[in-house]
Ligand binder design. Structure first.
Ligand code: PSV
Ligand code: MN
Length: 387
């Protein structure tokens, strides 16, 4: 197994983008529970995200969701983030909360509604200009509930046309990233249900169009690491939305439901060059903290990714290659499991201290007094939420 020193420089590069919406209230369709200290403004969300970065050194950028994070002055928002030691990251479009989009947005049969959805993406691209963001991430809640309700082929053709108008507006240093999801909110068919559809659509656009893989967006039992391998091999893995799930798109803390799956995914990320210097693969979280405190929920999440990345980096690839070449099934599996079962926590704690970070960021947060401070200060106003 490689020594920790040999993997430290890669670990040092690890950067995980946090979603602004993770700091707001969220819930299920049954109930959104309010919590004290919830941000009332995007600036307060950024303050909370900055706390996660300060304690972990792992979360230098914050993703925005438009219009949830709409402001008049994005230059000022960018300055606010810089002042707190973080930067603004991916801009996520939102065509799923407007009445006009009941039967589709980029796929809608009505050209006026399609244009409205395209215009929204143009606005997002303008925002990216001001925030300095590289990626426009598109997730579409489009589909149908009943067989016969919609012309599947016509919708796919309209999607291609709409995406192409959006792609033409993307700047030379920017990317369009298309996220897929197999169901929800539509239950019969979804217009971008799987990586193959996303891949086909983005490949038709050009080099700067990529696929986003949200770990919660697959049918149970799907071999996600295989998809990771394939997209990296094809040069189209733009980004991850990390979270974990037991049943559907649960948006729980990454690595909480199935740490071994997270390890296997990261093994393929590393194998495919996704953590190499200069890699364009963006690692993001897409999570909701419905019942747990949001800031420590985010701290736990980035630490989980760091721990599994360290274990995946410790995989003895040379020994594994030999075992694979010899068709040594059990030997290869043992090498793989040895890396997964390595407890990296004490080594990571010491390494954090060496770099001026708290050995235990969860404890440091609990002892920082920040939660009490925001609970007391954030009184009045409307706590942000996605409902
Ligand atoms: C859809 O379920 C999704 O994963 C997309 O990334 C959205 O932007 C996000 O969740 C909203 O929470
Ligand atoms: Mn997502």
């Amino acid at each position: 197994m490689p020594a920790f020193d040999a993997i430290a420089s890669t670990l040092e590069r690890l950067a995980i983008e946090v979603p602004s919406w993770a700091y707001g209230n969220s819930g299920t369709r049954f109930k959104v529970f309010g919590t004290p200290g919830t941000p009332r403004t995007i600036q307060e969300k950024i303050d909370d995200a900055a706390m996660v970065h300060r304690l972990t050194g792992l979360a230098p950028t914050v993703a925005l969701h438009i219009p949830w994070d709409l402001v008049d002055d994005y230059d000022a928002l960018r300055a606010h983030a810089t002042d707190r030691g973080v930067a603004l990251g991916t801009v996520n479009s939102n065509t799923f909360q407007d009445d006009d989009y009941k039967f589709g947005a980029l796929t809608h049969v009505d050209p006026k509604i399609r244009q409205k959805a395209i215009d929204h993406h143009f606005e997002c691209i303008d925002v990216m200009g001001a925030t300095g963001s590289r990626d426009l991430k598109i997730w579409l809640a489009e589909g149908s509930n009943y067989p016969g309700q919609a012309d599947l082929r016509g919708r796919q053709d309209r999607l291609a046309e709409s995406l192409s108008s959006i792609y033409e507006r993307i700047g030379a240093d920017q990317r369009l990233v298309l996220e897929y999801k197999f169901f929800e909110p539509a239950f019969y068919h979804t217009d971008v249900p799987d990586w193959g559809t996303s891949f086909a659509q983005v490949s038709a656009l050009g080099e700067r169009a990529m696929v986003c893989l949200d770990t919660g967006h697959h049918a149970p039992g799907t071999n996600i690491e295989f998809i990771v391998m394939q997209l990296l091999r094809l040069g189209r893995l733009g980004s991850f939305d990390f979270n974990s799930r037991f049943y559907a798109d649960d948006d729980l803390i990454v690595g909480a439901a199935d740490p071994y799956q997270l390890f296997r995914i990261l093994v393929e990320v590393i194998r495919g060059g996704g953590l190499d210097e200069g890699s364009d693969v963006a690692l993001m979280l897409d999570q909701c903290h419905n019942v747990e405190d949001k800031i420590p929920g985010q701290i736990r999440s980035v630490l989980n990714v760091q721990e599994m990345t360290a274990r995946a980096l410790l995989l003895d690839r040379e020994a594994l290659a030999v075992a694979q070449a010899e068709s040594d099934v059990l030997g290869a599996n043992e090498i793989f499991m040895d890396a997964f079962q390595t407890d990296v926590r004490p080594t990571l704690a010491a390494w954090r201290e060496e770099r001026g970070l708290p050995a235990n960021p969860m404890r440091a947060y609990a002892e920082s007094g920040y939660q009490q401070q925001i609970d007391e200060a954030r009184v009045g106003g409307t706590p942000l939420s996605w409902t």
